[in-house]
Ligand binder design. Structure first.
Ligand code: ZN
Length: 491
């Protein structure tokens, strides 16, 4: 299996190419997005896959609520401290696209986690009914496994469950730099959520200075809290003695989109009831306010072509269990396509999914001598991050290791295979919507670099040898799992 290199298309720097213009940069809500969907469906059909959607369709359609904040009307005030302060949009950023008009006391609830199962409750002894809750919004204390937290046990879900009227998130470690860029502000204005998902209470994320204003009365600072969270130390909830008001006006529009779903029936009469799923996301970002497109060659063009090639190889020698190919939409909007398939209308019963193999960014390599700190997390030409395997199925982990030794001998880096890692990569792609339901998964990833979510993520920078080796490995491992004589064991 080799993934062929495309012809010339981009001019260095500002990305312009007919494909991006036509496809609208593969933004989920762009008119041209459906062209990419049809392209993938015709490929799957040509390999002999059936459509896995309703009535054998290759498309799993779903509705989205596109909510846009009107930044000029957004306002927040903070009082009760030395002076009353007012904030405009940019000092805080929309997080839930729910209109707000609240005025209430502010309570700091630390990590904001409330889990009986894991015997941790930041709301214990706190009365947040009708109040605004200020929480970390990232990080977990030692002893709490974030991968086992349910929607109502953390973040806005837990605050709602305790009667809060709004949530203020502190910035995450990886927000600090990004929040200084216009692109962050632009992207925060519009959030899209599934029409079927229940709407939440208003939530905003504070910029570092704004957050420090809220924390001052508690003698705390964002940077100190990040350091504390990094060590998993407890962060005690406290009443702040402060009051805040938040105004946010939101315009909403219903839109629709689709995952592309292909099914290859297994060869074994009984085992074909079960299936392995192999996924990538075929969406990327919208053009920015300068009209620049985001080609997303690595994110996730690399995963999409890898999955296409794996699908073709599977069809050449179908395994005993069935194979479900999932090209998710809306990943960049918050894992929406996989949330729809996993939580609301799975095209095949989730309990029959024996494993998910998710490929998101596997086509870039860090060059020797590259000292750019923004590339520090990138993997070298013979290395890939492996995330999830041993945390969901030790057997899957062994199989992945063994198959790699038998064939590709790629170096596996497990640094990000940690739900508590500050970058939270463990939760930041579509595998997580299956993993949270207990489905064993492996997420293959090459690391964030300087071109991540930039117009400079172009195809001329793709390492096709690496992409080919990773795609071949995922084919070999998923094929073995699909042919096991027993169901893969779950931890
Ligand atoms: Zn991605």
């Amino acid at each position: 299996m080799t993934v062929r290199r495309p012809g010339p298309g981009s001019v260095r720097g500002r990305h312009t190419c007919p494909d991006c213009e036509e496809l609208g940069g593969r933004y989920t809500l762009s008119p041209g997005f459906a062209i990419a969907a049809r392209y993938l469906a015709t490929r799957l059909q040509s390999y002999g896959y059936a459509g896995a959607g309703k009535d054998g369709s290759y498309f799993q359609s779903f509705d989205l609520i596109n909510a846009r904040v009107l930044p000029d009307t957004a306002a927040m005030t903070l009082s009760g401290g030395a002076e009353t302060k007012t904030y405009k949009y940019g000092d805080f950023f929309n997080s839930a696209s729910v209109a707000a008009d609240v005025n209430a006391s502010v309570v700091f609830a630390g990590y904001g986690i409330s889990s009986k199962k894991q015997d941790h409750d930041d709301y214990a002894g706190l009365d947040v009914k009708g109040k605004i809750v200020l929480i970390m919004g990232s990080g977990t204390p030692t002893g709490v496994d974030p991968s086992l937290l349910g929607d109502e046990e953390e973040t806005v879900g837990a605050a709602m469950a305790h009667g809060a009227v709004a949530v203020l998130y502190l910035p995450r470690q990886y927000d600090l730099g990004a929040m200084k860029r216009d692109s962050y502000r632009d992207r925060s204005l519009e959030t899209v959520r599934l029409a079927v998902a229940t709407s939440k209470i208003p939530a905003v994320r504070l910029k570092e200075d704004t957050a420090n204003d809220f924390l001052r009365s508690l003698g705390l600072k964002v940077k100190d809290l990040h350091a504390t969270a990094k060590e998993g130390k407890p962060i005690g909830p406290k009443a702040t003695g402060l009051k805040a008001s938040l105004k946010l006006a939101v315009e909403t529009k219903i839109e629709s989109s689709q995952n592309v779903v292909g099914w290859l029936p297994g060869t074994d009469k009984s085992l074909r009831e079960e299936y392995v799923s192999i996924s990538a996301h075929y969406d990327h970002l919208r053009a920015n306010s300068k009209g620049e497109y985001y080609p997303g060659a690595d994110d996730d063009g690399s995963g999409t072509v890898a999955v296409l090639n794996i699908a073709r190889s599977m069809a050449m020698d179908p395994p005993k269990r069935s194979v479900l190919i999932l090209f998710h939409a809306g990943e960049e909007l918050g894992l929406l396509g996989s949330e729809y398939n996993a939580d609301f209308a799975p095209v095949r019963p989730l309990e029959k999914m024996v494993a998910n193999f998710n490929i998101d960014m596997v086509g870039r390599s860090k060059h020797a001598g590259d000292l750019n700190p923004r590339n520090s997390q990138m993997t070298s030409a013979d290395t890939i991050y492996v995330i999830g395997a041993d945390r969901t199925s030790k057997e899957l982990h062994k199989l992945n290791e063994q198959t790699n030794q038998d064939f590709e001998k790629i170096r596996f880096d497990y640094l990000l295979n940690n739900p508590s890692h500050p970058d939270q990569i463990f939760f930041r792609s579509d595998h997580w919507n299956y993993g949270k339901h207990g489905v064993p998964f492996i997420f293959y990833f090459d690391g964030v670099g300087e071109d991540y979510h930039q117009p400079s993520d172009t195809e001329d920078k793709i390492d096709y040898d690496k992409l080919t080796r990773v795609a071949r490995l995922v084919f070999q491992v998923s094929w073995r799992v699909a042919n096991l004589d027993h169901r893969l064991s779950v931890n």
